[in-house]
Design a protein around this ligand. Structure first.
Ligand code: NAX
Length: 328
């Protein structure tokens, strides 16, 4: 039988983990024929809860689950991993300033970057879900000098999927009719979900909608503030949808984006679309065999330009802050 694909998940005892682990174990990533070994990292106080989750994984008797290891030592847990999903992060606590948040997460993502650099498999891919995801990915990649920077990405696939869902509802189309959606910039309220290149049944989405006011005052804020709306309704932040998007992103990265379509991923900018080189920013990308390429040649009008610039300016501020803290 095939060698197990080793997947690390950090923050495995958290909310997203509680959905993500079961999807991974059931073969949602690489299908029913590829066994998966889970390597789960948590902080020491959460290990007992994680043991309970592992009991439940056992109880599912998943045919694709080849093994589970848990621990609080990143160098042990990341040993030989082919994919690392960095979900665990430090949430903003009461009275915590933005700088404090960047510093607390900086400590996590510098250490995890170094551990991946030391022990991950040569073919490792790293997806960062934990917030602030783009800047955490920048910190991790900056602390893993032997891993090519292209192996790191931050999750904007949830935003991408939210945008598809909103556009499908507005146009009365199935989600499968929506293609070429793009999220630009930061996974934050400044993100720019772009309808000018998206298509509905092969027709330009902005033209099909034909309503700039909806696009500006409804669509963009609904997508960008969806996380807050879910907290308001559910009493806790999006978890199952975040897990689902984390799987979608990793699966498409490893196995390829659909022909004639693209996906959104936050990756280190090479200066495409005048996004300052070095920032980890969301772009339209095509993927194949674990590599990605930024879709080139899209025309950016003034409206899109100002939205992209606003979000990348925020990313530049975050980068300057973590640079100031000596994290990158
Ligand atoms: P939880 O607070 O439920 O779980 C996080 C887990 O991470 C906890 O169990 C904690 O013990 C663990 N953890 C903390 N530091 C760790 C470390 N150094 N090593 C290993 N584990 C560590 O949060 P959850 O709802 O699961 O969300 C996880 C992260 O995803 C948060 O940062 C959240 O903001 C972020 N999100 C990102 C999204 C995205 O689209 N990029 C959307 C969903 C989510 O908001």
């Amino acid at each position: 039988s095939a060698t197990p694909f080793k997947v690390a998940v950090t923050g495995a005892a958290g909310q997203i983990g509680y959905s993500l682990l079961f999807r991974l174990a059931s073969g949602a990533l690489l299908g029913p024929d590829r066994p998966v070994e889970l390597r789960l990292l948590e902080i020491t106080p959460a290990l007992k809860a994680l043991e309970g989750v592992v009991m439940e994984l056992d109880d599912c008797a998943f045919g694709t689950l080849a093994g589970v290891e848990i621990g609080d030592d990143a160098e042990k847990v990341f040993d030989g991993v082919n994919l690392a999903l960095l979900v665990g992060a430090r949430p903003r606590g009461p009275g915590m300033e933005r700088g404090d948040l960047l510093e607390a997460n900086g400590a996590i993502f510098t250490a995890q970057g170094k551990a991946l650099n030391a022990v991950a498999a040569d073919d490792v891919r790293i997806g960062v879900t934990g917030n602030p995801a783009n800047t955490n990915a920048l910190i991790a990649l900056s602390n893993a000098p032997d891993i090519p920077a292209e192996r790191f990405s931050a999750l904007t696939r949830l935003d991408h999927n939210r945008a598809i869902s909103q556009l499908a509802a507005k146009t009365g189309s199935p989600v499968t009719d929506i293609t070429k959606m793009t999220i630009w910039g930061n996974h934050s309220a400044t993100q720019y979900p772009d309808l000018f290149h998206a298509e509905v049944g092969g027709r330009n989405a902005a033209q099909v909608v034909g309503d700039q006011a909806w696009l500006e005052n409804d669509f963009i804020p609904t997508v960008a503030k969806r996380g807050a709306a879910i907290i308001e309704a559910r009493g806790s932040s999006s978890a199952a949808s975040a897990a689902s998007a984390t799987i979608d992103a990793a699966r498409d990265w490893l196995t390829g984006s659909p022909e004639g379509d693209w996906v959104s991923m936050a990756v280190q900018s090479d200066g495409s679309y005048d996004v300052p080189a070095g920032l980890v920013s969301s772009f339209p990308v095509t993927t194949r065999d674990g590599d990605w390429e930024i879709v080139q040649g899209l025309e950016i009008d003034d409206f899109s330009r100002s939205r992209i610039d606003a979000s990348t300016a925020e990313l530049a501020e975050e980068r300057d802050a973590v640079k100031g803290l000596g994290l990158i």
